[in-house]
Design a protein. Sequence first.
Length: 175
Amino acid sequence: MLSIRPGTIEDAQAIAELGRELNVHQRDPVENFTVEVVRQDGFGESPAFEVLLAELDGAPVGYALFYGAYETGFGIAGLYLCDLYVREEARRHGVGRALVAAVASAAKDRDKNFVWWASKEWNTEAQAFYRALGAVEEPVVAHAVFGQAFDKLAAEGSERQSEPSAERTRTPRDP
């Protein structure tokens, strides 16, 4: 029997394992999403995300990791579905649909108006599944800053914020 429930700190090991499996599949780094990270960032003092866990006959087979989002173009709040993963042996049994539906239900319960997510261009199987859910596809180029580039940009932002406002000047290239 399939059940979808909120993840708890006691599920940190299972969530970390599922996340590792997803990261292997997505060709992303696998060493960073640890049990400790799940405990701290998902269930700590100020959680950065929430998790719904899918279980078949009591065994974890998938998860959805999500957090708040806002769309300025429509002036509405929603949820961003960061991770959606179902183990290979549990696919095509309604688990993925049940997880996305549960995230949509959580959004609706919180007076949110959408759920959005992204997929890698090569993941055509996932894209076909999302179309079957009624998802709208939009071509998007994602950008992220990590590592040294992130540190450098953050330091620049920190320096600008600490400047006295009278001394701040805008150049024609500043946004």
